[in-house]
Design a protein around this ligand. Sequence first.
Ligand code: SAH
Length: 225
Amino acid sequence: MTFAATVLTIYPAMFPGPLGLALAGRALAEGRWSLATVDIRDHAEDRHRSVDDTPAGGGPGMVMRADVLARAIDAADGALPRLLMSPRGHRFDQAFACELAEGPGVTLVCGRFEGVDERIIARRDLVEVSVGDYVLSGGEVAALAVLDAVVRLLPGVMGNAASAGEESFTDGLLEHPQYTRPAVWEGLAIPHPLTSGDHARIAAWRRTERERLTKARRPDLIGDR
Ligand code: SAH
C-alpha cells in the first residue's frame, strides 16, 4: 500500500524539494509513497487570489481565511489525519512518526502569515502539530520535516531495517557515539570495546553510553519512562 501524503500550501514549488532526493526521493520514485500538493490560492475567489485578510480585533500581519482553506481541504480530499503545522501544537516526535507511518497517509496544512483563522481547526478536524519551540515563517519546512521522519519508516525505504531499531528515541534513549576508520585520527583512538570483536562487550558499551548520554542531555526522556 502506498502512503499518501497531501500538502496544502501557497508555495507548492517547495515540494518535494529535499524529499525528491536521497532515501525519500528514491522511495517516491519507487511508489512507496505519493505526494500531492494543493495550491491554496487555487481556492481563492477574487482576482488577486487572496488567501488572507486582516486580523479581527486588529494587530499586525494577516490571517489565512477559513473559507478558502476549507475549500482547499475539501477539494484535496487527502488521507487522515489532517495536521495543521503550528507552533502551538503537540510536539512532533518519533512515536507520532511511527504511528503515522502505520496509517494510510497524512494531510498537512501549511500556515503562513500570522497563522490561520481558528474556526478551520474545529470544522475540519485539524490536529495542531509543532516541530519545536521556535517560530518558522511558514508550515512548509515543518511539513518537510514531518514527512521526512515518516517516509524513512515506511516498509522497504530504509536500506538496513535494523538501523531503525537502535536509533535515538525509538526505545527512549539517545543513540550511542559512532566511529569508523581510521582507527586513530588526530591522536584519538576508537574506544577499545568497539574494536574488540566481542559482541557482548560491544553491546554493553553501547548501552552504557546511551544511558550516560541520555542522562546528561535529555533527563526528561528517562523521567518519562
Ligand atoms: N503568529 C504565530 C506564528 C505564525 S508562523 C504564533 O505566534 O504562534 C506562520 C506559520 O508557520 C504557522 O501558521 C505555522 O503553519 C508555521 N510554523 C511556524 N512555526 C512552526 C513550528 N514550530 N512548528 C510547526 N509549524 C510552524
